[in-house]
Design a protein around this ligand. Sequence first.
Ligand SMILES: [Zn+2]
Length: 56
Amino acid sequence: MSNPCGCDPVEAYCVKCKAKKNMSNAEKVTMKNGRSAMKGKCPDCGTGMYKIVGKG
Ligand SMILES: [Zn+2]
């Protein structure tokens, strides 16, 4: 299920909806410890969501 445009939806867990959602406004951020994460919002309730991505 690869996406040629490289803009795959980022699935993350919403603590408010208690369900996995495809986060909206997903953007890649680098945390202080040097790891990368995806940061976005729940499309349903707007709660901030984070997903740690591996390396890079
Ligand atoms: Zn939510």
